[in-house]
Unconditional design. Structure first.
Length: 94
């Protein structure tokens, strides 16, 4: 842990594996949600939806799905995805 003191303002130390999984899941899904937002602004609605689906899928793990922190973020991802469908009326082939 001594080496970490040089980076104390840039890192989060976790001592429980479950906390690490939850944190990684949140960070990765947050990144995907941000990229989805950029794609939506550029008119790439189907790509945005795909990214949001992946972000949501990350929370399927039993360890992460019980976390209140994860549940709130998952709701935000689902709302963002639904707003794209409603606003742009994405039509999928049968």
């Amino acid at each position: 842990m001594h080496w970490a003191f040089d980076y104390i303002e840039k890192i989060i130390m976790l001592d429980i594996d479950g906390d690490l999984i939850i944190r990684l899941t949140h960070d990765i899904s947050g990144y995907l949600a941000n990229v989805a937002r950029e794609n939506e602004l550029q008119g790439n609605y189907e790509r945005a939806i795909g990214l949001l689906d992946w972000a949501n899928w990350l929370y399927n793990d039993a360890i992460t799905s019980w976390s209140i922190f994860s549940q709130r973020h998952r709701v935000q991802i689902r709302q963002q995805r639904e707003n794209i469908n409603i606003t742009h009326r994405i039509q999928y082939p049968n």
